[in-house]
Design a protein around this ligand. Structure first.
Ligand SMILES: [Mn+2]
Length: 283
């Protein structure tokens, strides 16, 4: 008999042996429209056990052959985004100091800021590749500087001009998109032209942040702020595979809200994206 331990499928390596460390950041405290992303990490673990193979036919690789330790969800006191971010930063620092690559399951998109704060401390030349329907470049949103709608602007505060490459963007206010033109690289509507980012980030440390609402709502409806006109699942996989030679030093996927898709398909889509992400960056 063994004790019951729920990890994402194939991610049950011991911590000291792991190359990747997976953790959940179940926070959705700044969600402005539909909350629920806090339920994503556990829903993904549970659904991955019965609904996902460890083997990827896209990459001919298997999660069983790579060393990933799922350390579970971080524990947050809700209601204080700054304190939540501190916990994510400290956890990420520990993982990085131990020579491992952090992979985070959100949560809402603000959680990316916590991980990037830690990685930018270690990598002064950190670049960001950001897949999303939303630009997330507002300086403040409803009076708040820390928000899912401001997260890329806060990340820009840290990394500065020319370091952020965003793809799939199809929503934002005019002012933030105009601001973006002189500070970051934005490719609207799809992930074609990812090669531009790959050329400019070649050999540089990259943090990859995937807001799953970059996918079309017909593929992925279980999210807080769905935006029509998104990319297909195959586009996302092709984009990940094109990045497989990049120096990825950390990654996250965020904004799955399992309860808005009663079919459960969105949760399984998120599971599959995570599997392909983990396998794409294993040498
Ligand atoms: Mn988004």
């Amino acid at each position: 008999m063994n004790k019951n331990e729920l990890t994402f499928i194939g991610c049950d390596c011991e911590y000291q042996d792991a190359e990747f460390v997976l953790f959940g950041a179940p926070f959705d405290g700044t969600a402005s429209f539909r909350p629920g992303a806090r339920f994503a990490p556990q829903a993904m673990r549970l659904n991955s056990r019965d609904g996902l193979e460890t083997y990827s036919p896209y990459q001919d690789k298997d999660l069983a052959d790579i060393r990933v330790c799922d350390i579970g969800d971080l524990q947050f006191a809700f209601g204080n985004p700054a304190a939540v971010l501190d916990i994510i930063t400290q956890t990420t620092k520990t993982i990085v100091a131990d020579g491992k690559i952090p992979v985070m399951i959100g949560g809402e998109h603000l959680v990316s800021l916590g991980a990037i704060r830690a990685l930018a401390e270690k990598y002064s030349d950190l670049h960001i590749i950001h897949l999303d329907a939303h630009a997330d470049l507002r300086n403040e949103y409803l009076g708040e500087k820390l928000s899912h709608a401001t997260v890329m602007r806060r990340i820009w505060d840290i990394v500065g001009d020319g370091k952020i490459f965003q793809y799939g963007i199809r929503s934002g206010e005019k002012a933030e998109l105009v601001w973006g033109k002189s500070h970051i690289y934005t490719h609207m509507f799809d992930c074609n032209d990812i090669e531009t980012a790959l050329k400019k980030t070649a050999g540089k440390p990259i943090y990859l942040s995937i807001d799953l609402d970059v996918l079309d709502p017909s593929v992925f409806s279980g999210t807080g702020t769905p935006e029509a006109g998104g990319i297909q699942f195959s586009d996302l996989i092709i984009t990940l595979l094109k990045m497989s030679n990049s120096v990825i030093v950390g990654a996250d996927i965020n904004e799955l809200c399992p309860h808005y898709d009663r079919s459960g398909v969105s949760t399984l889509v998120a599971c599959k994206v995570l599997r392909e992400l983990l396998l794409a960056f294993f040498p």
